[in-house]
Design a protein around this ligand. Structure first.
Ligand code: V47
Ligand code: SF4
Length: 377
């Protein structure tokens, strides 16, 4: 399909329709798509590409939902199940922040350039996990309080809308009360996980036990209303069609028009290993780039598009910086969710590796905080 009328719309700053986005997905003109998406990205963020020094923590992989696409989760008592106590999480964060023994060995194995500096200036901890059948909301409140007390300068980005719904159910509090209690304890922003694909039929095959797309959006709307900024994601490349991706992004765009609370959109490339999705394959590089580009063009009201290098791989993520993405995410340190499903990337990158990837893409590396403010060091 020729892109020209859509191209004209984009270049004159007009919003594209869901049909336009579908046509872009069906187009084979990947170069025009990349050029247009880069044009829009530059108009929003200049030639900058952001990164953050962060760590990921998964308190538990024990989960009552057991989504069919998730290779990370386990049932209680199953081999490979883990459930960290709060002091263990604090110890992990301390070791990672001070170049302690466990970090040194971990990093040395998994990244091409071992981290050598004695103290890593982490800005953010990203915490998500399974829905543990025995834990109470108090565990999570205590965890947040303890992290804030031990590392006062560390930004806490934690819990997907799916977890918030679960905490509300186990505590008997409303969604709003649950969010306010977590905010009071020290939670500052929320990641965008759990969105998967909103379409009801696809969702019922991917994650029959998970909250609906409608509920996910309601929880995000509530989070935005109490002053918690969040991200949004879309899991693609499994059993969905292009139209489901567009439908998904349209619902995000509509909510963003209302609240303005989404900071970034992250297309998550499905990884097939150890999942229950029959016949599933890895996504292709072309599909990854197309999805980043179309999301940049369609989500005109979300400022940042993240090329999550963990799931795209370092090299496709780097190219994605010229296809509309303006953020690589971060150092990560320990990633379990996509690596359980066969991610081929490392699990950590150093600041200098991230900067190198960005510079070689012709972009300007900007170290950011959790609100996309540049960090001066
Ligand atoms: O919600 C699970 C996805 C998500 C697989 O907001 C899988 O900054 C691929 O949301 N293949 C969690 N993906 C990760 C996430 C995230 C990551 C980085 C940054 C941010 C952010 C959010 O991972 C889950 C699910 O959609 N996931 N299994 C899999 N087999
Ligand atoms: Fe549980 Fe999340 Fe995995 Fe689903 S994706 S099984 S909710 S950890």
């Amino acid at each position: 399909m020729p892109l020209t009328p859509i191209e004209k719309k984009i270049l004159s700053g007009k919003r594209i329709t869901p049909d336009d986005a579908l046509a872009l997905f069906h187009s084979d003109d990947i170069h025009t798509l990349g050029r247009l998406a880069n044009h829009v990205a530059v108009s929003k963020n200049g030639n900058n590409a952001y990164f953050i020094q962060n760590h990921h923590i998964n308190p538990t992989n024990i989960c009552v939902n057991r989504c069919t696409f998730c290779a990370f989760s386990r049932s209680k008592g199953e081999k490979g199940a883990h459930a960290l106590r709060i002091p263990e999480i604090i110890k992990k964060l301390r070791e990672q922040s001070t170049g302690g023994r466990s970090q040194g060995s971990d990093i040395g194995k998994k990244t091409r350039f071992p981290i050598t500096h004695a103290k890593l200036p982490f800005m953010e901890v990203h915490i998500v996990g399974g829905l543990h059948p025995d834990w109470s909301l108090n565990y999570y409140l205590e965890l947040i309080r303890k992290i804030k007390k031990t590392f006062p300068g560390l930004h806490i980005k934690a819990f997907t809308a799916v977890e918030i719904d679960y905490f509300s159910k186990i505590s008997g509090l409303s969604i709003k009360e649950t969010l306010l209690a977590l905010k009071e304890a020290g939670l500052e922003t929320m990641p965008g996980g759990g969105a998967e694909i909103f379409n009801r039929r696809i969702r019922s095959r991917l994650c029959p036990e998970k909250i609906s797309g409608k509920k996910w959006l309601q929880i995000m709307e509530t989070a935005h209303s109490v002053g918690i900024k969040t991200n949004a994601t879309m899991l693609y490349g499994h059993i969905e069609h292009y139209r489901h991706r567009v439908e998904h992004m349209l619902q995000l765009r509509d909510l963003q028009d209302k609240t303005g609370g989404f900071q970034a959109f992250i297309p998550l490339a499905f990884h097939p290993l150890n999942t229950k999705i029959e016949g599933a394959k890895y996504t292709s590089g072309i599909d990854d780039l197309k999805t980043v580009a179309v999301s940049r063009l369609f989500l005109d009201n979300i400022t940042h598009i993240k090329a999550y290098w963990i799931m795209l791989g370092e090299k496709i993520a780097q190219v994605a910086l010229t296809f509309g993405a303006d953020d690589l995410d971060g150092t990560i340190i320990e990633e379990k969710i996509s690596h359980a499903a066969g991610a081929l990337s490392g699990t950590a990158l150093t600041k200098s590796e991230l900067m190198h990837l960005i510079q070689k893409a012709g972009k300007v590396p900007v170290e950011r905080d959790s609100f996309y403010q540049p960090v001066q060091r």
